[in-house]
Design a protein around this ligand. Structure first.
Ligand code: NAI
Ligand code: MG
Length: 498
């Protein structure tokens, strides 16, 4: 590896370690002793070997988390302000180890190091900093009640907000550290105990985060990290009878499996699933921002974003200009290893994703889509795909109907006069974009779009305070913001007859 010398020494040391999973205070091998390999997506070479968890490891982690959730445990008896302090400290530690964590993300996931440093790491830290403030500020209320069949009685009624309990969290590989933060932040703020199952493609930053949790002062057993494959490790976690809640981010297909698995003990479920988000450019948009904005909406993180602006709709009169502009932008992107400072786009995460995205590209060709830019694999080593713009598509074509999860956008013109008819024509409803200088058109469009987030004259703007989640088949519940606390809270009504 010619780039070796540029790789952060701490990250290099971490990758080279004998990796174990975190259960309680212990770093352990899988009960079966089995391991699996993760790959550097820029080369396809083996990066690290990690424990291959099974239901036995999940059982052990659930027992450990249950003990850490005991009412007399250090975690449950910790004051809200101290709980806030340890969560805040975790955010600080992420920033202190920012270069190492960003490098782990780049090596494991493939994304450009500059992006991991500018986005993934600070957003993850900020999520913990933001959530740490809620420990002292969320709570129940006192209620005025009058019971019709007990006239004249006096009451003292209030609600208590209590942690939901032991939580299983299953996360994907597109933003490994950030997805761990989105999940852990509100669970810790509300006082839950967690078994985190990172994606098999990208387990490294979650393991490092587990160490930082202990260093921050989060009591052992509150955060457990079990590595392994979906069916072997994720499925028994989702089905476990002693888990109170499961939170999942990933494919809609697996979201349905999670829901079925949760039915046994009717554990609470929150889901953040796929998307096929419409991005609408009106003729009165400022094209200087709308064109690069529409390109970044799809090409950011190589299109491996659940919120990617993958269906671009452009008003007729500016269609040719916008298509040409986005295609130019696509052709101008430097594709290369994430660790190379010149790379603007790295490889896809895995051979499986490369095959999947290339499958979509050939189906687009077969179905008659017009390739305006890109359209094929980039090079023959690693999992790179060219940034691609497809025109002449329709909602019946797979490329316009299904989530591709790669750097591929379909673009279509629409007639003047309101929302493009097909903007909401999808089973998904995660996000959408609108580009216009007409204020009331912007708000009318935002209202008409059936999506959990609408970005106006911007795209991919995330903040720990902004709730994020999906309408329709894009999921259940909202992560981040005060909304996220609800996913991890049981509400208890207490009524006293005075
Ligand atoms: P996936 O949904 O299979 O994997 C996500 C997580 O779920 C991983 O941790 C995996 O180990 C786990 N998992 C898989 N099967 C499971 C099961 N039966 N029970 C419990 N956990 C299970 O996603 P995959 O296969 O990596 O990607 C396939 C497609 O999913 C992508 O092409 C993309 O369209 C979509 N996806 C969406 C994401 C999002 O952010 N909404 C993230 C990743 C993938
Ligand atoms: Mg899968």
């Amino acid at each position: 590896m010619a780039l070796d010398a540029q790789i952060d020494q701490h990250a290099r040391d971490f990758v080279a370690r004998h990796h174990q999973m975190l259960i309680g205070k212990d770093w352990v091998d899988a009960a079966s002793g089995q391991t699996f390999e993760t790959y550097d997506p820029a080369t396809g070479e083996v990066l690290a070997t990690v424990p291959r968890g099974s239901s036995e490891d999940i059982d052990r982690a659930v027992k450990t988390a249950r003990a850490a959730f005991d009412p007399s445990s250090p975690w449950r008896t910790m004051s809200p302000s101290e709980r806030g302090r340890v969560i805040h400290r975790l955010g600080d530690l992420i920033l202190e180890h920012g270069d190492e964590l960003a490098t782990l993300e780049t090596l494991d996931n493939g994304k450009p190091l500059a992006i991991a440093k500018a986005a993934d790491v600070p957003l993850a830290a900020d999520l913990f900093h933001y959530m740490s403030g809620w420990t002292t500020k969320s709570g129940g209320s006192t209620l005025q009640i009058s019971v019709p069949y007990m006239p004249g009685a006096e009451w003292h009624a209030y609600t208590l907000h209590e942690p939901v309990g032991v939580v299983g969290q299953i996360i994907p590989w597109n933003f490994p550290l950030l997805m761990a933060a989105w999940k852990l932040g509100p669970a810790l703020a509300t006082g839950c105990c967690v078994i985190l199952k990172p994606a098999e493609q990208t387990p490294l930053s979650a393991l490092r985060l587990g160490e930082l949790c202990l260093e921050a002062g989060i009591p052992p057993g509150v955060v457990n990290v079990v590595t392994g494959f979906g069916e072997e490790t994720g499925a028994p976690l989702a089905a476990h009878p002693d888990v109170d809640k499961v939170a999942f981010t990933g494919s809609t297909e697996v979201g349905r499996l999670i829901l079925n698995a949760a039915a046994g003990n009717l554990k609470k479920v929150s889901l953040e699933l796929g998307g096929k988000s419409p991005n609408v450019v009106y003729a009165d948009a400022d094209l200087e921002t709308a064109i690069p904005g529409a390109a970044n909406a799809i090409f950011f993180n190589h299109g491996q974003c659940c919120a990617a602006g993958s269906r671009l709709f452009v008003e007729e009169s500016i269609y040719d200009d916008v298509v040409a502009g986005v295609a130019d932008h696509a052709r101008g992107i430097t594709v290369g290893p994430g660790i190379d400072p010149n790379s603007q786009m790295g490889p896809l995460v895995s051979q499986e994703q490369l095959d999947r995205v290339c499958g979509f590209l050939s189906s687009g060709e077969t179905e008659g889509a017009e390739t305006v830019a890109g359209g094929k694999r980039h090079g023959d080593r690693g999992y790179f795909v060219e940034p691609t713009v497809l025109a002449g598509t329709n909602p019946q074509m797979k490329v316009e109907a299904e989530e591709i999860f790669g750097p591929v956008v379909t673009v279509r013109p629409f007639e003047k006069g309101g929302l493009p008819p097909d903007a909401n024509n999808t089973n998904y409803g995660l996000a959408a974009g609108v580009w216009t200088q007409d204020l009331s058109k912007a708000h009318r469009t935002a209202k008409a779009l059936r999506a959990g987030t609408v970005w106006v004259n911007c795209y991919n703007v995330f903040d720990a305070a902004l709730p994020f989640g999906g309408y329709k088949e894009s999921g259940w519940g909202r992560e981040m913001g005060a909304e996220a606390l609800k996913l991890y809270t049981e509400v208890k009504s207490v009524v006293t007859l005075l």
